[in-house]
Design a protein around this ligand. Structure first.
Ligand SMILES: Nc1ncnc2c1ncn2[C@@H]1O[C@H](COP(=O)(O)OP(=O)(O)OP(=O)(O)O)[C@@H](O)[C@H]1O
Length: 221
């Protein structure tokens, strides 16, 4: 199985409580999560990324156990070999576009892999139509440009699992179509699994081999 989880999580505020209760197993390469606002999509993706801990259950991605309450396994986010594209891009404000994308390859920049660094960053700058913005800072970019930098930054580490939360929401129709093709091409090149949250049915048709429909923290089939 590529994706296999059984997750229970309760989120409490002073006024309300939200319960996520999900069981899913699939050998698909790419899956989409679909559902209304507040259904629990971002909560699920944060739990898979290791940014939130389930109350109980287990998460196994491609035979790699990320979490298992019975076996007391809870891998740290950095041990999960994944990249997470956030809705808030969280670019480093003091780094240029090129430096933001290259950030995770910093070790390579300081050692003989410098050539690799240059080539990979240039390729991504080109694929995401950012070459002419390479030396600009995040505050000098539009929302859509920042979104593309964040996507490139997520992919440069060649993750085994790519988690995308509304990755194309700020892009115009044509750019959205071009970037879908680029992301899919890179996904195939690096052979990673993909989990995408999107409200756009075209994203879902383009990427997903299976769609999980969520409502009130539960799956609707
Ligand atoms: N840290 C938190 N503490 C308490 N409740 C939370 C917390 N984070 C999210 N929630 C609640 O959990 C529910 C699911 O939120 P979540 O962000 O997962 O929804 P979503 O499906 O991603 O929605 P959207 O499409 O609007 O982004 C919501 O009712 C939200 O208010």
């Amino acid at each position: 199985m590529n994706f296999n989880w059984n997750i229970q999580k309760t989120l409490l505020t002073n006024q309300s409580s939200f319960q996520l209760n999900l069981e899913y197993a699939s050998s698909c390469q790419s899956i989409a999560i679909f559902g209304p606002s507040g259904a629990g999509k971002t909560t699920l993706i944060k739990i898979i990324a290791g940014l939130m801990i389930p109350d109980a259950g287990s998460i196994t991605i491609k035979n790699n156990v990320f979490f298992d309450d019975k076996q007391k396994i809870n891998l740290k986010p950095q041990q999960r070999n994944l990249a997470y594209f956030f809705q808030t891009y969280s670019l480093f404000p003091h780094l240029t576009v090129q430096q933001n994308i290259a950030f995770s390859l910093k070790k390579g920049f300081l050692n003989p892999c410098k050539h690799r660094y240059n080539t990979e960053v240039s390729e991504l700058l080109e694929q995401f139509e950012l070459s002419n913005l390479a030396h600009q800072y995040p505050h000098e970019l539009s929302g859509g440009q920042q979104q593309r930098v964040a996507l490139a930054r997520a992919l440069i580490t060649k993750p085994k699992l790519l988690l995308l939360d509304e990755p194309f929401s700020m892009l115009d129709y044509q750019l959205r179509q071009r970037l879908r093709v680029e992301v899919k091409y890179i996904q195939q090149q690096i052979n990673c699994l993909l989990l995408i949250i999107s409200h756009d049915p075209e994203d879902i048709n383009f990427f997903a081999d299976d769609v999980l429909s969520l409502k009130n923290g539960k799956m609707e089939r």
